[in-house]
Write a protein that binds this ligand. Sequence first.
Ligand code: NDP
Length: 326
Amino acid sequence: MFDALLLTQEDKRTFAQVSQITEADLPEGEVLVDVAYSSLNYKDGLAVTGAGKIIRQFPMVPGIDFAGVVRESTDARYQVGDQVILTGWGVGENHWGGMAQKARVKADWLVPMPQGCDAAKSMMIGTAGLTAMLCVQALQQAGITPQSGDILVTGASGGVGSVAVTLLANAGYRVVACSGRVEQNAPLLKELGAAEVIDRSELEQDAKPLEAQLWAGVVDTVGNKILAKALAQMQYGGAAAICGLAGGFALPTTVMPFILRGVSLLGIDSVSCPFEKRKAAWEAVIKALPAHFYQQACQQISLAEVPDFANKIIQGQVTGRVLVKL
Ligand code: NDP
């Protein structure tokens, strides 16, 4: 028997409880992993609270991320004792996930632990950090350099946002962090490398089709009016890497930034990101993240604390990354 956070549903309400399950309860897969850590992402918050229709089949073990050691494998790519990471692929959504002391998954979904990393560190990064790296790489591939101008990061105190601020600042970009919690989080965001922290309210009013050109690049985790405003404020030839919807999935914009300023919208998905690109992004983010990030922007919780933190993350009350110890 081992511990798992089990989600059940009654009268359309989701309940989360630490329960005892067995290996026989786990779904099929080629690799059985002893999970050391999971992490809490916005999507886990939606799943655990039931605030978003993330899970359609109950009971379910949530946890879109985990890291641990291979206990059994029928796939030649993974041997007993190998350290592995899993993020995405619908794990924790439609296949039992990382918030359990064991997980059985498809070998195709795993990534070998990159050199210089361990389970705890990899889950401080997690889906959020991987996604932040994919956003930064997309901007770089679009030709946005530190000389191009300022980069706006929205939802800056969240998981994706805090890693993006750190990665961009470390790569020499001038980062403007946009946050709804300036008073609380400006000191941390500046420590992570933001040159400036602006209040979310500055970007929340309706956007004109085109406004003053402020941003060479954007990493957007919130969508909706804030993204629309940022797009109207993009410099000629700028690019926006968009990955999130913490402020809503709408995008009330016009074609103007795209057809008059040649702005590019770069969609970022980490869930089904192909293996080679995923592996390269993992190696890059581990290499690029400075040691101070892990100390300043991460906290550790137990499995029993997940439901409480799930509520907090969907209410926008979590700062940085949350590591879940199994
Ligand atoms: P977090 O909750 O850690 O961060 C989101 C941040 O957005 C908050 O900290 C807050 O920052 C801001 N925010 C929260 N609510 C609102 C609101 N109503 N309006 C505007 N801003 C708000 O989540 P993650 O970093 O884990 O994920 C961020 C987003 O990215 C989510 O929508 C998530 O689903 C998505 N995502 C997408 C991935 C992909 O593959 N495409 C992968 C990972 C995440 P502040 O207080 O500083 O304003």
